[in-house]
Design a binder for this molecule. Structure first.
Ligand code: PMP
Length: 943
């Protein structure tokens, strides 16, 4: 037994072989799922206390090791001599001072994972998870404090201490830090930060997600941007094109702990500062320990990175960071665009451009059309057009986004200044494929925000920098091919909210991947030209960029289906098509009821949209025609119609009607029900209020048992009798509760019990109405009841947003209190035209009968599958509203994923999320039904 094993057994009861690990200032051993650390005698006890306290504060966070106390409950134990057994010098960062003098030991739990440094590749998802991990630790440390946190060692707030230690780039960075960055850094709030997320302290799991952040030896109090900068700096040393590739790390941090624009504005400097600190500390250590090779090796990557970053304007990096976090890249771009919206810009040529044709230059050189001028906007062309110093394409990327507009004019045409300005820079860039004569003007908004305009491909006769130019002055002349970089004669006109300090050497093209950034740097030049038809192009976004932009620019509470999300670009009938043209059979979309993009519905809506769209304050045929047609599908006395915009709005209005009618407020609902996304409906949706993030059941809501038999209507009576309710609301076939068919006799008895207590009965037909259940047009008809209020949504407009409430004349009267009901969009003629077409198609294509026949066939097939697959515990449904209950959520998810890869879209529901829901567009074909059965059969056969 060696020294480490003896200490572990004696003080911690840990029994097992100890394997030496590397450590910077301490001796580390892996031992029985733990790490034993032995510190030299001089180690600052207060700093060790701070680490111990921090680890105990973080005890709930699985990312970090837990502190294990000794038998006596001590955090550390004094030990005598320890022999290192560290015979593998290469892995050791540092020769330790521990061996001879003994010291103090502590034990931490072992966090499994591969060190970041040991991985061959670092994909964007790993970087994102690294950011999330650092942010989670920072968030957890926000409430932690300790007197020993105010250390200067490795604390960026004390980076200026190192100014004299380094030379060259590192020295310049540290001096800039002291003079310009530190005062701004001090203005940020400080907290405890881990401060050492380097490539050896970050652990990655088999799934590529960061699963551990270890070594709290450098914990200190500083603004959290400093700790993030440490993670960025070291991660960047492991990446190609680091200034682009590290961005997901910051986006991941922002996902968990949102970063402010002030923090982001400092980050590029902080990253450089951390690298310079490392250079300076290494220089100091080399003086102290000449011959330590490890120090040299790790420094090479850092020096190379510092050199590379030196060529990139920190401002550009800041724009990238802002964009990655969902902020507009250039903060003042809004002010520039705002000014240009109202500025009286003059023409850039004479005669002025009016309706110049816009050329599509995809894939070929600009050739002037017979009649000039003309405009070219963006070129989808696999070539790099300019050769500026800070080009940072990723491998395989091309700068194909043209940031200006090319106005094809004859050589020698004078170019006029559209606005007053001052020449910031002018130059002749005569190389092939360059700009020729180019002028950059400075302008300012009345509030003093500067911006620029750029004119390229001119002759060499140019105004000098500093020259004042008035609106309408000649700036230069269109250059001929031999003097303009070898192009057909044209003007490249570009607006810039910043020149990134490059003068005339601005970016004229950018990569599509950084489209949002470049559109902020170079707004639409039509802000100057003012052509009514517009000249803007909408270049495509790569799928990865769509995902990243969703994460930064939309709420993450919007979920995305499937482990590998689908990018759907087109729909027809019961099929959806992805961006590659692959077809997916859609078995979930009961919104596009009569089929995706049904031509009759599309035509009706488009024709009406081309004619008129207004609100209900004018008389219009369509709204009354639709109200009559809709009411005619419902039994007496349901005949007064309200048109709204969604199922949620319909249910909210239904509650108002019931409350107006009864004067009561309470609502009876069924277990697991969902009735919509408005506050009033989250309150009556057990699926939401008892689910994740839910606030629990409100006082005015009573939850009735999801019925197993008609006898469960007694539960409605019990709840109704307690306090007079305003309403009993139920879906005619509960959907999110798991595609449930209510037991025979239940609705009748439940309605009777609710009405006996004075309640209004609301049927939520949002999911199941319009013939879907086959045997009837409305779901409630299967239960033999007539509701007092019916609410409609989803299928009503075949995807056009419209909803409806239909009620009795009596309830409608109760709602007439003197308060106007106004709904801006509700009942607009376009929605009515779409909804009317839906009713026509259902009837003309005999879709209800089709649903009855095909639904029965699918149910029979499913029952046959159930007989062969024990994983199926129940098959239920009516028409084309079907549920297949599986053994558990895992089996259901696996079936959904299997089907997705087989080109069939399904999803799950139910309290256990173990019910496959089948509610396809009603135009599902017989072959499609067979395919559904075959796919499910295959999914269930898998082990
Ligand atoms: N009621 C039910 C039964 C629903 O399923 C939904 C939507 N899933 C709604 C109401 C709310 O409809 P919307 O999302 O159109 O507001």
């Amino acid at each position: 037994m060696n020294d480490a094993e003896r200490i572990a057994l004696e003080h911690y009861g840990l029994d097992g072989p100890a394997t030496p690990l590397h450590g910077e200032l301490d001796l580390n051993f892996a031992l029985d799922g733990h790490v034993l650390k032995v510190y030299a005698p001089g180690t600052d006890a207060a700093r060790l206390d701070a680490q111990d306290a921090a680890l105990e504060h973080l005890a709930g966070l699985e990312l970090v090791p837990r502190l294990v106390r000794t038998h006596d409950g001590a955090a550390r134990v004094a030990v005598a001599r320890v022999s290192s057994h560290a015979g593998h010098g290469g892995a050791r960062r540092h020769s330790s001072r521990v061996q001879d003098g003994g010291g103090v030991a502590r034990v931490l739990t072992w966090v499994a994972g591969t060190p970041w440094a040991a991985l061959a590749a670092h994909p964007p998802e790993s970087l994102r998870s690294l950011g999330r991990a650092v942010a989670r630790v920072d968030r957890a440390l926000a409430g932690f404090d300790h007197p020993a946190l105010d250390t200067r060692r490795w604390n960026m707030l004390a980076a200026a201490d190192l100014c004299g230690e380094a030379a060259g780039e590192a020295a310049a960075v540290l001096e800039r830090f002291a003079a310009q960055v530190l005062p701004r850094l001090r203005a940020l709030p400080a907290q405890a930060i881990h401060n050492d997320a380097n490539e050896h302290n970050v652990l990655v799991g088999d799934d590529g997600e960061v699963c551990g952040l270890i070594d709290f030896g450098d914990i200190c109090r500083a603004p959290r941007a400093c700790g993030l900068a440490v993670a960025c700096a070291y991660a960047m040393t492991t990446l190609g094109v680091p200034e682009r590739r590290f961005l997901p790390l910051v986006a991941g941090y922002h996902e968990v702990a949102p970063l402010t624009p002030d923090e982001l504005s400092l980050l590029p400097d902080l990253i450089r500062t951390r690298l310079a600190m490392s250079v300076a500390m290494a220089a100091r250590q080399r003086r102290e320990q000449p011959g330590n090779e490890y120090l040299l090796i790790s420094q090479e990557a850092i020096a190379a990175l510092l050199g590379r970053l030196d060529a990139i304007p920190p401002e550009l990096e800041q724009l990238r960071l802002r964009s990655a976090c969902g902020y507009e890249a250039v903060a003042h771009a809004r002010a520039v665009r705002g000014f240009l919206q109202t500025a009286e810009a003059g023409p850039v040529c004479n005669p002025p451009l009016r309706d110049a044709p816009v050329l599509d230059w995809s894939g070929h050189d600009p050739k002037p059309p017979a009649a000039t001028p003309a405009l070219g906007r963006y070129m989808e062309d696999r070539r790099v057009y300019d050769s500026d110093a800070f080009a940072t394409e990723l491998p395989g990327e091309w700068r194909t986004l043209h940031l200006g507009v090319d106005v094809l004019l004859d050589a020698g045409e004078p170019i006029l200044a559209p606005l007053d300005g001052v020449v910031r820079d002018s130059a002749v860039r005569a190389a092939a494929r360059d700009y020729g004569g180019v002028v950059l003007l400075d302008h300012a908004t009345p509030e003093g925000v500067t911006f620029h305009t750029l004119y390229g491909h001119l002759t060499a006769e140019l105004p000098p920098p500093g020259a004042r130019i008035a609106r309408g002055d000649v700036i230069g002349h269109v250059g001929a091919e031999h003097e303009n970089g070898g192009w057909a004669p044209h003007l490249h006109l570009q607006l810039l909210t910043t020149d990134l300090g490059a003068g005339c050497a601005v970016h004229g093209v950018g990569t599509l991947a950084e489209r949002d950034l470049w559109e902020s740097v170079s707004p639409d030049p039509n802000l100057l030209l003012g052509l009514p038809g517009g000249i803007r192009a909408e270049p495509p976004r790569a799928t990865a960029d769509v995902l990243a932009a969703r994460l930064s620019s939309l709420s993450r509470t919007l979920s995305i289906s499937y482990a590998e999300p689908l990018r759907i670009v087109r729909g027809a009938g019961a099929y959806l098509y992805d961006e590659h043209g692959a077809a997916y059979l859609d078995l979930v979309n009961n919104v596009c009821h009569v089929g995706h993009a049904h031509p009759r519905v599309v035509r009706a809506a488009a024709e009406q949209m081309a004619r008129l769209n207004t609100n209900t304050r004018y008389l219009h045929d369509l709204i009354v025609t639709y109200a009559r047609r809709l009411a005619a599908t419902l039994p007496d006395p349901l005949c007064v119609v309200f048109l709204v915009n969604s199922g949620s709005e319909a249910n909210d209005l239904a509650l108002r009607l019931a409350r107006a009618q009864t004067g009561a407020r309470d609502v009876l609902v069924l277990e697991h029900a969902y009735h919509g996304n408005l506050s009033s409906l989250i309150e009556i949706s057990p699926y939401k209020f008892t689910g994740p993030g839910g606030a629990g059941r409100p006082e005015h809501v009573r939850v009735c048992r999801l019925p197993r038999s008609a006898g469960d209507a007694e539960d409605v009576r019990r709840h109704a009798e307690r306090n007079a309710p305003a309403a009993f609301i139920a879906e005619s076939l509960p959907g999110v509760a798991g595609q449930v068919v209510l037991p025979d006799g239940y609705l009748e008895a439940a309605y009777a019990n609710a009405r006996a207590a004075g309640a209004v009965c609301i049927a939520d037909e949002v999911q199941v109405g319009f013939g879907r259940v086959g045997r009837a047009f409305w779901g409630f008809e299967l239960g033999g009841v007539v509701p007092d209020v019916v609410t409609l949504g989803k299928p009503i407009g075949n995807g056009h947003p419209i909803g409806a409430v239909v009620t009795t004349p009596e309830i409608a009267r109760s709602f007439e209190t003197g308060m106007e009901y106004f709904n801006t969009f509700g009942g607009n003629p376009v929605s009515c035209a779409a909804a009317l077409a839906v009713l026509d198609v259902i009837a003309d294509e005999r879709l209800q009968a089709h649903a009855a026949r095909l639904g029965a066939r699918i149910m029979a097939g499913l029952r046959e599958l159930a007989a062969r697959h024990p994983a199926i515990s129940d098959v239920r449904g009516e028409g084309l509203f079907i549920g297949v209950e599986l053994a558990g959520a895992e089996a259901a998810d696996a079936a959904v994923e299997h089907a997705r890869h087989a080109g069939v879209l399904l999803s799950t529901d139910g309290p256990q999320r173990n019910v496959l829901k089948i509610k396809p567009p009603m135009v599902l074909g017989d072959d499609d039904a067979e395919r559904l059965l075959r796919t499910l059969d295959g999914a269930l056969q898998r082990p």
